[in-house]
Design a protein around this ligand. Structure first.
Ligand code: EPU
Length: 337
């Protein structure tokens, strides 16, 4: 295990921002992680997983630990279920494909989400009606201070919409090294209620879908509106969908009768931030080498060599404009570094 100095992180963040790490270490085993944390002295650390949910606005003056610990193990199984332990450095979508190849159900709706296993619990990744928490059993994480390993149960992770304890109280305190998930081996529970999935399956004339069919439908939908980070730098949804009061949405309907919303409770609704941003006139807007994606306004993009700060300023302008027009605060989903 070696530590390199002044390393560009461009290839390690899906936004493709060319920021530098003061020092960088590729960590491939749990003992290596322990060793590097023990020997780092006073140097601050920065944990890097798949780099798919962050916007770098400056160089990282820290020791960047790139968590590349790999492996998938069967913890237990019976005729109906299998529990897998997946190490943090496994790529999320490769893992989904592994499940489809073994006919393990539960993560097919989460196909093609960028990032790694170890970062999936941090923001409780979700798409098309399914969230990580639906298949999550527990995770093991290393305490940065004393290098002990703690197992976090699902309840202890305090999952919410793109939220967990690792983003809140325990931010920076633990490094997730593995995640246990429980998947179905037969009698899969299919989630097809999301409108776009239904439409996609109907278009393919599939009436009795398999988990593989659902994955394919999700991949087709994602590819039709989300840019591939290998071609255009991005971090998926840049903002969270805001929750507002029923009163507020009713007032907005006077001026914006077509505003979409999803009921959360009898007092609150969720509004698609993509719609608000599109209405505010930003969809497809390009400023030199960065802008707002033309097929999904929730996604900010780097067309090549953009400065992370420019993208950050654009995100602030979008927040301000949405606030001025709709009186709604939209929070970033991406971590701004
Ligand atoms: N919409 C627009 N204009 C746009 C984009 C969206 O009007 O440019 C409106 C439409 O009314 C559309 C609605 O927003 O029906 C919902 O759009 P979409 O189905 O694309 O979903 P989203 O709410 O924009 C969320 C997640 C995505 C996830 C999809 C599908 C968040 C922040 N984003 O997006 O997650 O893939 O649902 O489940 O919750 C991510 O987190 O990085 C991500 C891509």
């Amino acid at each position: 295990m070696s530590v390199s100095q002044h390393v560009s992180l461009k290839a390690h963040n899906s936004f493709g921002i060319d920021a530098q790490a003061t020092s960088y270490c590729n960590v491939t085993t749990v003992p290596q992680l322990e060793e590097v944390l023990k020997n780092k002295g006073n140097e601050p650390i920065f944990i890097l997983g798949g780099g798919s949910n962050m916007l770098l606005t400056k160089n990282i003056e820290a020791l960047v630990l790139h968590i590349n610990i790999k492996g998938i193990e069967i913890v237990e199984e019976d005729d109906d279920y299998v529990q897998l332990k997946i190490y943090a450095g496994e790529n999320w979508h490769n893992f989904v494909q592994y499940c489809l190849n073994h006919n393990y159900g539960g993560v097919e709706n989460l196909s093609l989400i960028p990032g790694n296993i170890g970062t999936a619990p941090i923001q409780n990744i979700g798409a098309y009606g399914v969230e990580l928490k639906d298949v999550f059993v527990s995770c093991e994480a290393m305490n940065v201070k004393d290098q002990t390993i703690k197992t976090f149960t699902k309840d202890e992770c305090e999952f919410g919409y793109r939220e967990s304890i690792f983003k809140q109280n325990l931010k920076g305190k633990y490094i997730i090294v593995s995640v246990n998930l429980k998947l179905t081996k037969n009698k899969h529970h299919l989630f097809m209620d999301y409108g776009a999935i239904k439409t996609q399956l109907q278009a393919s004339k599939i009436t009795n879908p398999t988990i593989q069919d659902i994955s394919k439908a999700v991949i087709d939908i994602r590819q039709s509106k989300l840019p591939d980070p290998k071609e255009i730098g991005n971090s998926g949804s840049f903002f969270k969908n805001p929750v507002i009061s029923t009163e507020h949405i009713n007032q907005l309907k006077d001026n914006f009768p077509d505003i979409p919303s999803y009921i959360i409770s009898d007092k609150e609704v969720k509004v698609p931030a993509g719609w608000l941003i599109e209405k505010a006139g930003f969809k497809g807007k390009r400023f030199n080498n960065y802008g707002v994606h033309n097929k999904q306004a929730l996604v900010l993009v780097n067309y090549g060599n953009a400065d992370g700060n420019d993208i950050y300023k654009l995100s602030q302008l979008i927040q301000k404009t949405v606030k001025r027009i709709f009186e709604i605060d939209i929070e970033t989903e991406v971590n701004i570094i």
